[in-house]
Structure formats: structure tokens, C-alpha cells
Design a protein around this ligand. Structure first.
Ligand SMILES: [Zn+2]
Length: 563
């Protein structure tokens, strides 16, 4: 009996997991150090250079980098995490927390016929039922399902607006504005970390600055973050950035400029935009930004239409596209572009349909991966007609991918001390309904790619226009993926390797780490990520997803520093 007890004591350690002999990069930007880490009950319990911890599970991290789990501050997985909570494309990159609800679009709240019908259409692609209305209900459903990574949510301004005033291209009445504020307040009480806006998309683009100021005052009361896809990222980027800074000034809100590197029409402007952000910070305005390392972006198929053509939503847009005179008018406006649209519109304006690829759709799957010049040729029509026809055939759903970034601007933004990494992608899976044959590779590769491209300086010939350059240390890159985004979110118990912090940890092989996804074969997990631990539970074990769902659905605690 005694021997048995001694055996138990020896085989079962004091801790749940011990990570031994690793090269620790703590997330602060500090130089690496060698240490052992012990995890108990989800928490980093001890860090020691000498003590060899005993634990139920020992991970020998000899020669491997031990880093805080990556935080994806800009994600669109609101619905896909409900479809498949394993979040494979994210967690296999080392992501342990992602922020959904960006660019003005969130899966909650859903109120009013217009917003309900719009959400039902979105969910029907995945055979999901709409079983929530408020942010609280949405988050509770995700909690009930379980999820492999931690999730935080922003509430979308466009979503709130569509609940109150559909897709109407006008300012809200006083009572409508009050209603929007009340919904926003409730969403923040329910745990949203702030509000996002998408001011080149309907319905966000119909909002004037003052509407956003009024709403951001509410966000500011809750110390929330205002993450904005600004009103123009191309020719009008300076005005659009100044609008975001004005909103910070008038409302006191903290502002996150989403996927900041300028798009076609504003190449080279990052020097000026970063200077403007720096000056705003000197004036005490808390403005920062995020970026991904790809020179292609992606957006919905219908987002390329001019603002007026998107007013009123689905049925109205469809009837406009069926009217030959209005088609001509839409085409003219897409060329003249009195109000610059999102990035890919800059390609259209320049006749570069060959740089815009159909990346997602239901009824024309044979065309996925082709660019619109090729599609037009195949159909014997001009690219505009091909685009309009496909929109109708797809009932306005579907996505495009376009090459509209410039590498120099991405590097400038990446090097800025107030930038951080955000994928702008989705949690996907290479199987089932989340298999997207031509989805943007950022959903699978963003974080390893930053290390491969900007720390190791390696290029991948199979990734179009890829151009690696050693521009930052591994410590800096990791800081931009961990402690900086955690601090932006006012999350003060994640994002660092520290005793007492949640054990969200990624362990990777520096020599091997690389993205493997390409623009035309994106369903490919990265290399070199050996272990991913979420809240003290191993979700990726020797490169394989364990199927466990230890993620927490985080709810923002409004009072500053009360974590
Ligand atoms: Zn966006």
C-alpha cells in the first residue's frame, strides 16, 4: 500500500502541465530567457530558471520558443465559431483569443424584421437557426457550445443601425439615435469589448460623423474600444483617418484603426497616416492600428457597389441590378467613384479586374479562383456585366479577393510602435461547410507569416508577390501578437508569460515556423506550431488538434483596471 502511495505521488505531479527547457519570449518585448513553466488550474503558477517542475504532463520544449498565445484583434468569426467551435484555422496558427464583430458587422444584436431577415440569410448558408437576439444571448450560446479558443466580441455599428433603421441612407432621427444608444449600452453591459464600424460598407457608410461621436460617447463610458474600418483607405485616407481621430477627441473613446495599411490610390501614404496617429497620441488621444502581412485583401461581393446602389438592402439592390439603365449608371459611378469605396473598388476604377478574384459563392463554384477578366471572357461579356450577373445569380452573397495593398506601406505600419497583428480572417476548417476553396489565406497563415516574412525575412515563391524582409525581432513580433492587443482590449490577465496569468501559450519551432496557405490553396495549416495551450488545456498537441474546447467567452468588465 505504502509503495502504491509513493508511486502515485511520484507519477502525479503538483502541477497539471510543466513546460521544461523552453526559450521563453514573455510578450513584453523583453529579450528571450530560458525557463521552466508550471501550469495549474488554467493559470501559469510558477516560472523558474532552475526548478524542474513535476506535473501530470511534461512538455519538453528544449530548443522551442514558448510564447503567450497569439491574440487576433481583428477577426470575423462571429458565425463560423458557432458552425464549428474547434476554430482550427486559428488555433493551429497559435491563436488563443480572437476578437469577433469587426468592420461594423457582428452576429448580435438581431432585432427588427430587416436585421432578422438579413441574419437568417447569413445563417442559412450554414444551416444554422437564429436562436438569439441580444449580445448576452449570442455569447451564452457560444459558451454553451464550447469553443477551442477564447473569444471576445465587439458590437457592430452597422448591425445596431440595421436593427433600428434598416439600410436607409439618411441620418437617424433623435429617437432612432436614442434607440441605437440604448441597444449599444445593453450590448456593452452584456460584455461587448466595444463597438466596430465599417464606414465604406452599407449601412455604416450612411452614418455621418456626429452619429458616430454620439455612439462613441457611450462606448467611452464603458472604456470600450472603437475599432473602425475608416471611411476611406484609398484616395481619401487622410480625411477618413482625421474623422476617426475627431471622433476620439469628441467622445473620449479609444480608437483602433483596422487593417490600416493604405490601399490602392493611397500607396505611400502610410508615412503621413502614421505621423497623424503619432501626433494624435501626443495630444493624449489613444489611437492605434492593426495590420496583416498579405498584399491581398478580401471583402463581400456586394460591397463593391456604389453607396446609393446599396441603399435599402437585398430586394432593392436586386431590382436595381435588373434595370439596364441603372446598371449603366452603377457602372459609370464605379468608374468615376464620387465617393471612394473599399480597396477593390480602386482596382475597378483603374480597369484592373484581373486583380480581383471570385473567392466564395454558392451557384458559380466552377468560377471560384478565377479573376473577373477571365470570367468576363468566358461569358463573352464585359467585366462589369459579369460582376452584376454573378451578384444576381448569387442573390448578393459571395466574396472577392483582390491585390490592393502595397508592401512598403505594410512594412511601415508593421514597424510602427502602436501597430499590432490582426488577421481580418475567419476561423475555418478544411472540412465540411467551413471549407472555402479560395478563402483568403490570412485565415490560416497570418501569425506564422508575420514571423516567417518579417522576422526570418523569408519569401515564399508560391505566394503571389510575397517579399520577406528581416525588419523586426522575434520579441517585437510576438509583442504585437500578444501583450499589445491584450492591452488594447483592457485584458490584463492574458497576453504575457507571467505568474498568475491565464495559461494561454504557444510553443513553436523557430526554424520551421511558416505559413503554408496560398491565395489559391488557402486550406493549409502552418508549419512549426507544436503546442497550443488555452486556459491550461492542450488544444494543439504535437501539431494535432485535440478536439478539446477549453476556450472562454470573455465579457468586458467596464470599469478600468478592474480585472
Ligand atoms: Zn474591414
Amino acid at each position: 500500500m505504502l509503495i502504491f502511495i509513493i508511486f502515485i505521488m511520484h507519477s502525479h505531479g503538483l502541477y497539471d502541465i510543466a513546460i521544461l527547457n523552453g526559450i521563453v519570449i514573455d510578450g513584453c518585448g523583453n529579450p528571450w530567457f530560458k525557463a521552466n513553466i508550471a501550469i495549474k488550474d488554467g493559470i501559469i503558477s510558477a516560472i523558474s530558471k532552475h526548478e524542474v517542475f513535476k506535473a501530470d504532463r511534461i512538455i519538453d520544449a528544449n530548443g522551442l520558443i514558448v510564447s503567450p498565445g497569439f491574440i487576433d484583434i481583428h477577426s470575423h468569426s462571429d458565425v463560423t465559431l458557432l458552425v464549428d467551435p474547434l476554430a482550427e484555422s486559428k488555433v493551429m496558427q497559435g491563436v488563443t483569443l480572437e476578437v469577433v464583430g469587426n468592420c461594423g458587422s457582428s452576429a448580435a444584436p438581431v432585432m427588427g424584421d430587416f436585421a432578422i431577415n438579413r441574419m437568417l440569410r447569413r445563417l442559412s448558408e450554414y444551416n444554422l437557426n437564429l436562436t438569439w437576439s441580444s449580445v448576452d444571448e449570442y455569447l451564452s450560446i457560444m459558451e454553451g457550445n464550447g469553443v477551442s479558443i477564447n473569444v471576445a466580441m465587439l458590437v457592430g455599428h452597422g448591425q445596431i443601425r440595421s436593427c433600428v433603421m434598416d439600410f436607409e441612407a439618411r441620418s437617424p432621427s433623435l429617437s432612432e439615435l436614442e434607440e441605437m444608444k440604448a441597444i449599444l449600452k445593453e450590448s456593452l453591459e452584456d460584455g461587448a469589448f466595444g463597438m466596430s464600424s465599417g464606414l465604406v460598407y452599407a449601412p455604416g457608410r450612411f452614418a455621418k460623423t456626429e452619429e458616430l461621436v454620439e455612439l462613441c460617447k457611450v462606448v467611452s463610458e464603458y472604456n470600450g474600444l472603437y475599432a473602425t474600418h475608416i471611411r476611406g483607405e484609398r484616395e481619401t485616407i487622410i480625411d477618413a483617418l482625421n474623422e476617426a481621430i475627431y471622433i476620439a477627441e469628441k467622445s473620449g473613446v479609444r480608437v483602433q484603426i483596422s487593417h490600416h495599411p493604405p490601399k490602392i490610390g493611397a500607396f505611400g501614404k502610410s508615412i503621413e497616416t502614421l505621423r497623424i496617429i503619432e501626433e494624435a497620441r501626443k495630444r493624449g488621444l489613444d489611437v492605434a492600428c492593426d495590420f496583416h502581412p498579405y498584399i491581398a485583401g478580401s471583402t463581400s461581393l456586394s460591397a463593391l457597389l456604389p453607396a446609393w446602389a446599396q441603399e435599402g438592402g437585398l430586394n432593392k439592390i436586386i431590382s436595381r441590378l435588373r434595370d439596364p439603365d441603372l446598371r449603366t449608371k452603377i457602372k459609370e459611378d464605379m468608374i468615376l467613384e464620387p465617393i471612394p469605396g473599399p480597396g477593390p473598388c480602386g482596382l475597378i476604377k483603374r480597369g484592373l479586374w484581373n486583380m480581383i478574384y471570385l473567392s466564395e459563392c454558392n451557384r458559380n463554384r466552377d468560377l471560384i479562383g478565377m479573376n473577373f477578366e477571365e470570367i468576363a471572357k468566358l461569358r463573352g461579356v464585359d467585366p462589369f456585366e459579369a460582376y452584376f450577373d454573378i451578384l444576381l445569380e448569387e442573390n448578393l452573397s459571395g466574396s472577392i479577393m483582390g491585390f490592393y495593398y502595397d508592401e512598403n506601406d505594410i512594412r511601415n505600419v508593421a514597424l510602427s510602435p502602436f501597430s499590432m497583428v490582426g488577421s481580418d480572417g475567419y476561423a475555418l476548417s478544411p472540412r465540411g461547410v467551413l471549407f472555402k476553396e479560395a478563402a483568403h489565406p490570412r485565415s490560416y497563415g497570418t501569425f506564422p507569416m508575420v514571423i516567417r516574412k518579417y522576422v526570418k525575412g523569408e519569401s515564399r515563391s508560391e505566394l503571389n508577390y510575397d517579399c520577406g524582409s528581416k525588419i523586426m525581432s522575434l520579441e517585437t513580433a510576438i509583442m504585437k501578437m500578444t501583450s499589445i492587443p491584450a492591452s488594447r482590449l483592457s485584458i490584463f490577465d492574458r497576453g504575457l508569460i507571467r505568474e498568475g496569468f491565464w495559461a494561454d501559450i504557444v510553443i513553436f519551432n523557430y526554424d520551421l515556423i511558416s505559413d503554408t496557405a496560398t491565395y489559391f490553396n488557402p486550406q493549409s495549416f502552418p508549419k512549426g506550431i507544436e503546442y497550443v495551450i488555452v486556459n491550461g488545456v492542450i488544444v494543439v498537441d504535437k501539431g494535432v488538434h485535440t478536439g478539446l474546447k477549453p476556450g472562454k467567452v470573455l465579457r468586458h468588465k467596464p470599469l478600468f483596471m478592474k480585472y
